[in-house]
Design a protein around this ligand. Structure first.
Ligand code: GRG
Length: 295
């Protein structure tokens, strides 16, 4: 079994471990690879790979074979940001403190870079097999990655979000959008972390429920920051929801109730962590931090 890099716990260690999975520069695909690498390497909080790693450990996982999946989820997340920023969607010009991919590389390359990263994620995840991971776990985890990314996950949520923009939204639809647009990848992190650690069905399901609470809290906090934060801190455009006439938890319930909901969902997530067999200290700290994050 390959061991985790010693410094994976540091920001630099995680960055290096993730970057090692990117396609190398050059070739006739150079332009799209540059766009993929730039978007990926621009930073970001790396919440999803961290969450996956911590659930993996909290479920008893010890090897390094979770790393390809950690890189894969961040690739899929980055691909969604590239597409979300396109003029056909939110038309944003600032992301992770830099001009968005379509601004730098053009809309054509941004579409291709998003597609490229999304599919390269699956090539990347498959590398877990070369590290000696159990093929059954890898196959199941890849299925989760595909489903939570696709029409029954993130793309499904984004579809409803785009389609209902500017129209009155019910609470039920808003819940569907949050559970999928943002929640699906967070859920994938927890489910894949648990599966790759060899967790039983009960623990996998507790991990999923925990992630559902985290995903909700994360998206509501995102809505709050879109109103209250400044662009320099956030590294992306603010006021995007209002500009795009989006109904959010905040527009339906107000800022105070929204933050109360963030805290309630975070508490539920913390309660669920009580049933995990491994060390959950880092996971708990992460859930607490996300509830009050400023970026
Ligand atoms: C790429 C084929 C393809 C489809 C993409 C556009 C789309 C479909 C989905 C959009 C999903 C989306 C952007 C959801 C919002 C999730 C969210 C809260 C993003 C912000 O995440 P952070 O704060 O960002 O973790 P950083 O930059 O820190 O990684």
């Amino acid at each position: 079994m390959e061991k985790m890099p010693e410094n994976l716990g540091t920001r630099e260690g995680l960055e290096a471990a993730l970057a090692a999975y990117l396609p190398p520069e050059g070739g006739h695909q150079e332009r799209v690879i540059d766009a993929m690498r730039d978007a990926f390497l621009a930073g970001g909080k790396r919440v999803r790979p961290r969450l996956m790693e911590r659930v993996y450990r909290a479920c008893g996982g010890e090897g390094a074979e979770i790393l390809p999946f950690m890189a894969a989820i961040e690739m899929i997340h980055t691909s969604s940001l590239i597409h979300d920023d396109l003029p056909a969607m939110d038309g944003d010009t600032l992301r992770r403190g830099r001009p968005t991919t379509w601004v730098t590389y053009g809309e054509d390359m941004a579409v291709l870079a998003g597609d490229g990263l999304m599919i390269y994620a699956f090539e990347t995840a498959e590398k877990a097999l070369d590290m000696g991971a159990d093929p059954k776990r890898v196959a199941r985890a890849m299925g989760v990655l595909a489903r939570e990314t696709g029409i029954y996950g993130m793309i499904g949520g984004q579809t409803a979000d785009v389609y209902w923009t500017g129209k009155p939204l019910t609470e039920e639809l808003l819940t569907f959008i949050y559970e999928n647009k943002t929640g699906a990848l967070v859920r994938a992190c927890a489910k894949i972390g648990a599966i790759m650690a060899g967790a039983g069905e009960e623990l996998i399901s507790a991990a999923v429920r925990m992630a559902d609470c985290v995903g909700f809290a994360f998206q509501i906090r995102d809505d709050i920051l879109d109103i209250t934060a400044d662009e320099a801190t956030l590294g992306k455009n603010v006021g995007s929801d209002e500009r795009n006439q989006k109904t959010t938890y905040v527009s339906l319930h107000g800022l105070k109730a929204a933050q109360e909901a963030v805290e309630a969902y975070s508490r539920q997530a913390l309660d669920l962590l009580g049933s995990f067999p491994g060390d959950t200290g880092e996971l708990e700290a992460m859930v607490r931090r996300l509830a009050t994050r400023e970026k």
